[in-house]
Design a binder for this molecule. Structure first.
Ligand SMILES: [Zn+2]
Ligand SMILES: [Zn+2]
Length: 353
């Protein structure tokens, strides 16, 4: 058995667009807990929006100052606490990033994201996350990572791919659908990859960044790229012979992009919002009621559905890590966050030896 160090360096986010390194003890797993050796910990848009630039959430809902950041971890079990039932030393895992009470209806359904108990804690927000060499996790938050998926694949499933999967499966995307994605950041790219795998017959991507559109095209994830400007709706109508898309999903969180997604949805189609923040205004009769559109809001996913998408990606031999454009070591976390904040990149991740 390898001896573990007593201390480790972790990254915290002070909330002024900087990162800070602090020394932490390497934790001991308690009852029902495991210690992971972190192997990948990717950076999420919500880390940038609500923690890195400024601490937006207040009180128990917000990032707790001094907490190790990173809510998209994957790693290897190196120590198992008493009472663990399923996971053992050496297992490769990803972590569903919220630990819920386990007793409420949302937790029972696996939607720990929606738990309202005061014990609810998100990794990297209210309890230590993946930006450190070791992570203390609850056994019941873990998902087995199949051998043909990389640790980076696992980290990406832990948030963004889970979120995209939930919205797409809730909207029942299938081979009859053209899929429109507004916002080709990491979640948008995830939606494009998964939408194709679920059978979408054509994927149209919209973004304000030509670089992001080019990345989606280069990866073979989108069939058509539409630059977000005044002509975008006309371009989409042209590409769809005036019909619009059966399914549209906003992954940008920007008001105008949400509106574009809605207006470009085909009559009787489905439109979903997963991009967070901001607002949107529209006349409900011409844009929602009369075109008979079903509008979906979808937040993260359930533990069971995250296990489903992990299994399917493994079976299809599809790798979320193709969407990673920048990999950094933990010591380079400041640069990693700077790049992620730039809004021009694909996924940015911290990887460990
Ligand atoms: Zn995330
Ligand atoms: Zn709960």
């Amino acid at each position: 058995m390898t001896t573990l160090p007593n201390t480790m360096t972790g990254v915290i986010l002070p909330g002024n667009s900087t990162v800070e390194f602090r020394t932490f003890p390497v934790p001991k797993p308690g009852h029902g807990q495991v210690l992971l050796k972190t192997r990948a910990s990717s950076i999420c848009g919500s880390d940038i929006r609500a923690i890195y630039r400024a601490h937006l959430g207040k009180g128990p809902e917000g990032y707790q100052p001094g907490m190790i950041a990173g809510h998209e971890p994957a790693g290897e079990v190196v120590e198992v606490g008493p009472g663990c039932k399923e996971f053992k030393v050496g297992d490769r895992v990803l972590v569903y990033h919220i630990s819920g009470c386990g007793c409420c209806n949302d937790c029972k359904a696996g939607y720990m994201i929606s738990c309202h108990n005061e014990s609810r804690a998100a990794y990297g927000w209210q309890r230590n996350g993946g930006h450190a060499p070791y992570l203390l996790a609850e056994e019941n938050n873990l998902i087995h990572l199949p051998d043909n998926l990389t640790f980076l694949d696992g980290a990406l499933i832990a948030c963004g791919f889970g979120t995209a999967w939930e919205a797409l499966t809730r909207m029942k995307v299938n081979g009859q659908d053209r899929l429109l994605i507004t916002g080709l950041g990491p979640v948008g790219l995830a939606a494009a990859l998964l939408g194709r795998a679920l059978g979408a017959s054509e994927v149209i991507g919209v973004d304000t960044s030509a670089d992001r559109l080019a990345l989606g095209k280069k990866l073979g994830l989108i069939d058509h790229e539409v630059l977000s400007n005044a002509d975008a709706l006309g371009k989409i109508q042209e590409l769809t012979h005036g019909h619009g898309c059966e399914v549209s999903l906003d992954c940008s969180g920007a008001g105008p992009a949400r509106l574009l997604a809605l207006k470009a949805t085909r009559q009787w189609g489905r439109c979903g919002f997963v991009g967070e923040g901001n607002d949107v205004h529209f006349d409900v009769s011409p844009f929602l009621i009369h075109p008979q559109i079903t509008l979906y809001g979808s937040w993260v996913t359930s533990l069971g559905h995250m296990a489903d998408v992990t299994e399917r990606l493994s079976r299809w031999n599809l790798h979320p890590d193709v969407t990673v454009t920048h990999r950094f070591k933990l010591e380079e976390a400041a640069e990693a966050y700077r790049v992620a904040d730039g809004g021009q990149s694909g996924k940015v991740a911290i990887v460990f030896e």
